[in-house]
Design a protein around this ligand. Sequence first.
Ligand SMILES: [Zn+2]
Length: 522
Amino acid sequence: MTTEKSNESRFWADQLASEAKPRDGKHVVGDAKTPSGRIHVGSLRGVLIHDVIYKAVRDSGAKAEYVYRFDDLDPMDGFPPGVPEAFREHMAKPLCDVPSPEPGFDSFAQFFAEEFRSVFEKLDCRPTIAWSSSLYRAGKLNTLIRQALEKADVFNEINARVANVKKEAGWLPINVVCPDCGKIGTTSVTDFDGKTVAYQCKDVKYAKGCGNSGRISPFDGNAKLTWKADWAAAFVLHGVTIEGAGKDHYAAGGSRDVANEVVEKVFDYPHPYNFPYEFFIMGGRKMSTSKGVGVSAKDMGQSLPANLLRFLMTRYKPNTAIDFNPDGETIPRLFSDWDRFSDIYFGKAEARDPDVPRIFALSQIGGKPKDVFYPPFSFVAQLVQIPGVDVPQAMEKYKGSALSADERKELEHRMAYAKIWLEKFAPDEAKIRIVEKPDFAGLTQCQKDALNEFAGVFAKEKDLNVQAEAVKQICEKNGIKINDFFQAAYRVFLGRDKGPKLLPFLSALDSGMVARRLTLQR
Ligand SMILES: [Zn+2]
């Protein structure tokens, strides 16, 4: 069997899982996102890294939970493209109070959060979802709010020293929802008396305040801690033991340093195991716009199979930046890497990298790896271009036996992606067609004789290995190199010097047509 035991692997997530300390015998892996608009594909990196860690912890035998927070009480502080102008009046309101841009959702936040969630669930990430608005409104943050307000001077000292953020004296790390205008981004808060805080609703860069002021309870969803305090509070509330963040939060004096110190000094709680992760970007925006390929998480799911996206994110350590450019041979290469990793996992090939079995196991969607034949993607992509080819039948010939139900499903899946790839990303060399009128004039007599002789073999012998052996002998006999034979065949069928693996390709074509071409008849 395979080496699935995590203590034998140097795989990054297993290593991280072994370094982090559980709390009360349990790990909670955390991550969060503010659903303020269509979520960029780069945000999937965090979701996936944390999911892989969560599964590594679970595989090590420890109790584990993965909690994903949607920070939907945050203000609408930017205006995403495509949203109707009428939504401008909602700027600075909590995202959970802004209407959904499309029917069927409770709020703006819920619409974009659910869209993102549906993408990451397809990648087999199924964290427990925590909506911060529900938690605040249910009073779950009340104790932490009280602590943060009572120790606001500690928070302000940390924020000033670590992040060089200086606030006016008396400023409190919380924003109330203005009871007059419903905005949260416009309020500044001072003077906590144990029951209420004083607030003022003032203009900010992106929105106008209503100018009112007064006192209000900061509890039960009337207010939300400012984000670094809220981040620290979330660690405590969910008992988070492992949570990384994008590397932009880790600059010297960055928000993560502040949150970590706040969690310890304000909330008297240990900070989670901490690690930065690098960006995931889609190479060249030019490519994206010119070919109409989106860079939202939703669109990405339509261009790259979910298991390959998961594979990509599992394979590379969090501190490796991934610049994914789907143009050219990237996707076929990913498919063939997947197939190779499968062979290694099932002991059919040697691995140079001992992490391969773990990477493959954690890249799966929906359970353990299955020992199946994966139809080579490049070959599938060639076959789908030739009219009249029965691809499943051709693939059975190539495999040498019937396809199982799983294999047939995988083939259909690859055929569908091959069409997407050919349309959106494939280089011109990958596009093939059978020439209508072959040009035999460019071939030497020896090449012609060799093709002719092979026609006899092809008519009788269906076994590809036997055919290959015959080609060798025919070439020797006619005094040509194997490459000259291939080149001649490609010229006759495709009108070019290179092409797919020849023998499986020929066996997928109409045998009458192949016989005519090999015997140099039009
Ligand atoms: Zn107001």
